[in-house]
Design a protein around this ligand. Structure first.
Ligand SMILES: CCCCCCCCCCCCC/C=C/C(=O)SCCNC(=O)CCNC(=O)[C@H](O)C(C)(C)COP(=O)(O)OP(=O)(O)OC[C@H]1O[C@@H](n2cnc3c(N)ncnc32)[C@H](O)[C@@H]1OP(=O)(O)O
Length: 248
């Protein structure tokens, strides 16, 4: 059987990819393209640094205990920087849903700052490693995908990885996040952190423990939407299907 390379279909699809990328750059404008290229390169580099630091830590110490503490500054910096992705959608320089990106980025910011950073006793949980590894592999792939696409030289394996690895990494990452929040519950309940009790002069109360329970429950309707969004993107990019979405 003739392969796609042999019968020339691969060449044709490469030519059409290049044409598409050139059209995309024209649409975006020079400034936006330059900014996105810089942003994606910086983010790829940041997550690569994180990956190397994690591998080195594990090879030197042979345990995951202390891993989070050793990489937390880099993680916080690059994950917080990702808030710009919501801005990119809002100003229209990337054709992505503000809602999908907003949920994705805010859940990460929440995990980094309001869970792992704030609740020290859970930093050595195995579940933290689960989401750290899953986020790191995802982001190296995702940002290098965007970078190479903008530069018009997208290797097939990166495209393949961007739209296949998430099938496993997304559930693994979400499991890591949920298990970490679950591990945090006893500490939150005992300490009463971030909670506001009555009576107070504003007459409002807030219980972080119940907020966490509600957050965990919100994964049930929200995660499938993100997952199915990615499955639709996968069909569109890898199999060329035209799919209408109504999530904006
Ligand atoms: C306050 C508390 C809140 C708590 C909320 C709790 C509920 C949370 C529930 C869900 C929790 C999820 C937690 C997440 C866990 C993990 O991440 S685990 C690790 C695995 N994760 C993944 O695999 C993430 C996969 N998901 C995504 O990638 C996101 O959905 C996305 C980031 C929003 C990306 O989706 P989308 O943009 O639609 O896909 P793409 O195909 O990549 O892009 C579409 C087009 O946009 C262009 N583009 C996008 N970004 C850029 C960029 N930076 N630079 C250049 N171009 C960009 C892209 O090229 C595409 O363009 P076209 O080719 O023209 O279509």
């Amino acid at each position: 059987m003739a392969s796609s390379e042999e019968d020339g279909t691969n060449g044709a699809s490469e030519a059409s990819d290049e044409k598409e990328a050139a059209g995309k750059r024209r649409r975006l404008g020079l400034l936006a393209t330059a900014w996105l290229t810089f942003y994606n390169i910086a983010m790829t580099a940041g997550w690569l640094v994180l990956a190397i630091a994690m591998v080195r830590f594990y090879m030197e110490k042979g345990t995951h205990r202390g891993l989070y503490k050793s990489i937390q500054k880099t993680l916080k910096f690059f994950q917080t920087f990702a808030l710009l992705e919501v801005v990119h959608c809002l100003i229209g320089i990337v054709p992505t849903s503000v809602l999908v990106t907003g949920v994705q980025v805010s859940s990460r910011i929440f995990m980094v700052w309001l869970i792992t950073h704030s609740i020290k006793p859970i930093q050595n949980e195995e579940s933290v490693v689960l989401f750290l590894v899953s986020w790191t592999v995802t982001e190296i792939t995702r940002y290098s995908f965007y970078t190479f696409s903008l530069l018009d030289h997208l290797p097939h394996f990166i495209k393949w990885a961007r739209y296949n690895l998430f099938i496993i990494l997304y559930p693994v990452g979400v499991a890591g996040e949920l298990l970490t929040i679950y591990a945090a519950l006893p500490y939150v309940k005992k300490s009463g952190m971030f909670s506001v009790r009555l009576p107070n002069k504003y007459n409002v109360s807030f219980d972080y423990y119940y907020f966490l329970l509600i957050t965990m429950a919100s994964y049930i309707p929200l995660f499938p939407q993100l997952y199915f969004h990615m499955l639709r993107q996968r069909r569109k990019v890898l199999h060329g299907e035209v799919i209408a979405e109504k999530d904006d």
